[in-house]
Write a protein that binds this ligand. Sequence first.
Ligand code: ADP
Ligand code: X15
Length: 408
Amino acid sequence: MTFHTLNELIADGVRGRYVLVRSDLNVPLDGSTVTDDGRIKASLPVLAKLTDAGARVLVTAHLGRPKGAPEDKYSLKPAATRLAELAGFKVTLAGDTVGESAKELSSALQDGEVLVLENVRFDARETSKDDAERGAFADELVALTGDNGAFVDDAFGAVHRKHASVYDVATRLPSYQGDLVRTEVEVLRKLTTDTQRPYVVVLGGSKVSDKLAVIDNLIGKADTILVGGGMLFTFLAAAGHKVAGSLLEEDQIPVVQEYLKRAADAGTEFVVPTDVVVASKFAADAEHETVAADAIESSSFGVQGIGLDIGPDSAAAFAERIKGAKTVFWNGPMGVFEFAAFAGGTRAIAQALTETDAFTVVGGGDSAAAVRTLGFADDQFGHISTGGGASLEYLEGKELPGLSVLDR
Ligand SMILES: Nc1ncnc2c1ncn2[C@@H]1O[C@H](COP(=O)(O)OP(=O)(O)O)[C@@H](O)[C@H]1O
Ligand SMILES: O=C(OP(=O)(O)O)[C@H](O)COP(=O)(O)O
């Protein structure tokens, strides 16, 4: 695939032109405080280049997974406020995405200024499976750019989504690849074309069905898959164990059973935790204890117990595999690292990544946030990617709609 680059757009001249930029500003929040601004910082260079060149920049982005209607807790306000603090240019947030506020503020935008449109997922058409619905929303976004607009996709973390602001706008405007997307793809391409073995993939997090889908194509590609985070309970259930109140995708149990069968023939080893930290409730101050992974319901909390982290034996077994690897890709925290009592597994994996000789990539908004909030520095890892699901889909060789639509 070849792409038109941001530099080409700037060379064409952007002064006074409206440039629609898709950024990934999906940052973790604690109330209205941004707890990790990595994705905002990663989005800055493209916005700075465009504003320096005199463009009128309209930023589209999502935050979380609202249900297609405005909800205060999913407003981009905290992200836009942080962007304004870091930026050397003027940043305003519209009160809506394509409504009166967006129209009014975009028409008043001056050269070198940025207007962030409210969360694109406040409109159900953004994520619709219906091409016409998404197209109609894309038309409204594009209309804000006047008659000489351009589109830059810089949201690496969302290139695996066939959504209006990622995919459909690119079919309607001259479109360019942002620098963040370009550099992320360059690193991942190296990883797929020259994979040093053993290749260990560590999976966790809470987007269980997304990640289970990705495993399908990693079987046969990865030598070892370490299973932590929310998805581990579906693996335990697939082995016939009870998981009490833990996160479980019951309908995925047969899928996991099929993976386990296929993996044995394909030479991929799954390592599933042997111990789990079980909590009395989902809270920072919950009572908790470590139990064998096949005895979750026998904890003091019985059927109410919730598995919120991998246990120390599992963390040690995972660390051993990581230390013997030549390539490690990690997406998804091992537990609810936001609560100190359940951060042990994630910390142990991060520590092992800093101690291995392997080339290490950490991908995902929350995974990147986890390593930083646990006190690790970016330069202790080979690469920290802004995309988790996007990186995984790239690594499994899937076509990414947000990239292929930009292919010239
Ligand atoms: N056992 C678990 N139960 C519930 N949530 C979990 C569990 N383990 C990890 N998580 C949560 O997963 C979230 C991150 O998941 P995800 O979005 O998939 O990762 P990333 O953003 O790195 O791709 C974190 O907020 C963490 O609290
Ligand atoms: O946070 C993101 O992905 P990630 O958790 O895989 O890193 C991206 O912003 C995409 O979000 P989505 O998975 O809700 O489409």
